[in-house]
Design a protein around this ligand. Structure first.
Ligand code: ADP
Ligand code: TYD
Length: 216
């Protein structure tokens, strides 16, 4: 099963992805933890290109291509083989982030984002946890980390508000895949909520027989 975490910067995705991986391993699942942009050697190199340095370095379109190239490599090298081996993949951000960040942040590129996704990626996670918090809280948390990858956090509160609304709209578009999680609670409380939901989804996923082969 392929599980992703989404939400604005500082919403608690990494914290919760880590907690879920740990809890599912305790349950006996074979879990692969990964993240985007990155997750494979080539995609990690692209991560440095898009998240560090001058924000004006890439046009909006070039940036979209770089994120998509990173995702394609990550899928080919890590995600698809892990799923084929029967492992559970937990990914911190996936294509919903591109729909929001590249789709919204530098002009309306959503049509191009969707077209490129269909052509080059062509798959969604089985389950997505959208951690929803007030952007003021997210920004305060993200700033507290003091990293070198400030690129998108630097866009400020107005953009993060648009992202939050966009993510919630996306949850409406994909109601069977995306579960909205209240991220304003204590980390342990959020983790327990997510674990209960993941266990349920995994039980369902594992009891569903693979589609019957169509005779040729
Ligand atoms: P994201 O991956 O969404 O950017 P992180 O998991 O890195 O978010 O969390 C951002 C910061 O907020 C970290 O310093 C983390 O320790 C803290 N944090 C995460 N979840 C919570 C929470 N529920 N309450 C308070 N602080 C949190
Ligand atoms: P991440 O390390 O998850 O940042 P954070 O922990 O602050 O949420 O992601 C790095 C940044 O990359 C984040 O600001 C969102 C951005 N991003 C995109 O713009 N497009 C994408 O497709 C992905 C996966 C991330």
């Amino acid at each position: 099963m392929f599980i992703s975490f989404e939400g604005i910067d500082g919403s608690g995705k990494s914290t919760q992805a880590r907690a879920l991986a740990h809890a599912l391993r305790e349950d006996g699942h074979d879990v692969v933890s990964t993240r985007e942009p990155g997750g494979s050697d080539g995609a990690e190199e692209i991560r440095a290109l898009v998240l560090q340095g001058d924000p004006e370095r890439w046009s909006a379109e070039t940036e979209l291509l770089l994120f998509t190239a990173a995702r394609r490599d990550h899928l080919e090298r890590l995600i698809t083989p892990a799923l084929a081996r029967g492992q559970t993949v937990i990914c911190d951000r996936f294509a919903d982030s591109t729909r929001m960040y590249q789709g919204l942040s530098r002009g309306d590129l959503r049509t191009k984002v969707d077209a490129l996704h269909e052509m080059m990626i062509g798959r969604e996670p089985d389950l997505t946890f959208l951690i929803d918090i007030d952007p003021g809280l997210g920004l305060a948390r993200a700033k507290g980390r003091n990293g070198t990858e400030e690129r998108f956090e630097d866009f400020g509160i107005t953009l993060q508000q648009a992202m939050r609304a966009g993510f919630l709209a996306l949850a409406g578009d994909f109601p069977h895949r995306i579960q909205v999680i209240d991220g304003a609670r204590a980390p342990e409380q959020i983790a327990a909520d997510i674990l209960a939901r993941a266990r349920l989804a995994l039980a369902r996923h594992n009891s569903t027989p693979p589609p019957a082969e169509v005779p040729t």
